[in-house]
Design a protein around this ligand. Structure first.
Ligand code: ACO
Length: 371
């Protein structure tokens, strides 16, 4: 048996949800650049789950269904109020709350396709409500109920602040959600597929995926990027900060990728958004620092920014708390996880690879008094 560390380059499944071929990312055959410029997040969810873009009436019906299912059980809100506020990262709260949602869904373990698709709709609709409710609860505020007359991105920002968001913020968030929706067999998606391939339920698959996304080598990197930008503080401090980090062989968050070696196609969209939004807020230093870091890391290490790098200054410019960056990633990627979960159920086989044994040779048990 031979091993490949981190399963690099291993093709573990077939999938028609998304592809990365020669550094081009597509969702169901549509180039991410095309979708980022033209599609709404609701359209993308529909595409990922149905394999085609919706017609006008299908999209308005689907958007309405998402909005109609956005309320979460009161018990989930009560539970979140009992979390140890101040000590809980919103990703941990989200992981727990999504798992709890299953307890209030009588269909949680029903494995028929219709039941699974309804669960997908409910989870996608309710995940923004959970993230925003927890954000408000920990700030001593009451959660804001979702509105049925707002689109997905607008509802998220509305539930977060209690105020109807402006068009610029809604469009920026919507585009960020489109860009993060799916990404072939990334770590969290693989986790979701492994979980449900045991014929475990949809909620378990999403809970497992959230756990995998949380780590700083995956979705947690966007928050870590903002931490770095905050520590640097000023464009003049970039050079010594990054020099020291590179000399110490530290990882620069938001750079590098297992699959893209010629650059992440999503990063350019987020870089443009970062430029525009920081100009609007007047806090251009976040963009300027990011550009300088990008030049240094790319120039010296040949490592290119990934999706997490410029999304940090984008979300910051939208006034979003830094520890909500990864939960927002989860809100978007849930659409991809659910598409993969439905695809896995559709043609399931248990995922059970092997390990090459490198432990001690065969030994005999020694009674405790003789050790
Ligand atoms: N900063 C500095 N050096 C890096 C970075 C980085 N961000 N990324 C990779 N390297 C270096 C490694 O130190 C290693 O060098 P070495 O060969 O001298 O030891 C080499 O490049 C290969 O790196 P690996 O970690 O083996 O690459 P891998 O494919 O396993 O990891 C990963 C990819 C996890 C994304 C990595 O580039 C990284 O840790 N980046 C920072 C975290 C990050 O931004 N994660 C988000 C990824 S995108 C996403 O999940 C949404």
């Amino acid at each position: 048996m031979s091993t490949t560390r981190g399963l690099e380059g291993i093709v573990a499944t077939t999938s028609s949800v998304s592809s990365i071929i020669e550094s081009v990312l597509t969702y169901q055959g549509y180039d991410i650049d095309d979708l980022a410029d033209n599609a709404s997040f609701e359209e993308v969810i529909y595409l990922l789950w149905n394999g085609r873009l919706p017609k006008e009436d299908e999209l308005s019906q689907f958007t309405q269904e998402l909005a109609n299912h956005a309320e979460i059980p009161k018990e989930i809100i009560d539970q979140m109020k009992a979390y140890p506020i101040g000590k809980v990262h919103p990703m941990a709260a989200l992981r727990t709350a999504i798992s709890s949602l299953a307890l209030f869904d009588e269909q949680a373990d029903v494995m028929e396709e219709d039941a699974n698709r309804l669960k997908a709709l409910k989870i996608q609709a309710q995940i923004p409500t959970i993230v925003t409710a927890f954000s408000r609860i920990r700030e001593g505020q009451e959660p804001v109920a979702p509105r049925t007359d707002l689109g997905f991105a607008a509802n998220f920002l509305y539930m977060l602040t209690g105020n109807e968001p402006d068009e610029i913020a809604v469009n920026a968030l919507d585009k960020a959600l489109v860009l993060h929706a799916d990404h072939e067999l990334n770590a969290s998606t693989f986790t979701a597929r492994v979980c449900v391939a045991t014929l475990s339920d949809v909620y378990s698959g999403i809970t497992a995926a959230i756990g995998a996304l949380k780590g700083p080598l995956h979705g947690g990197a966007n928050e870590a990027v903002m931490k770095m930008l905050t520590e640097i503080g000023d464009v003049n401090n970039v050079e010594p900060y990054i020099r020291k980090a590179l000399d110490n062989k530290e990882k620069i968050m938001g750079f590098g990728h297992r699959v893209y070696k010629d650059g992440d196609p999503r990063a350019k969209h987020l870089r443009e958004m970062s430029k525009r939004l920081t100009e609007i807020t007047g806090e251009t230093k976040w963009y300027e620092m990011s550009i300088k870091i990008d030049e240094m890391v790319t120039g010296e290490k040949g490592l290119l920014p990934n999706v997490d790098f410029y999304s940090a200054s984008v979300y910051h410019s939208l006034g979003i708390n830094h520890d909500l960056f990864t939960p927002i990633f989860a809100v978007s990627r849930t659409s991809g996880w659910l598409a993969h979960i439905l695809e896995q159920y559709d043609n399931n086989r248990l995922i059970r690879p092997r390990a090459e044994y490198v432990g001690p040779d065969k030994r005999s048990y020694i009674p405790i008094e003789q050790r």
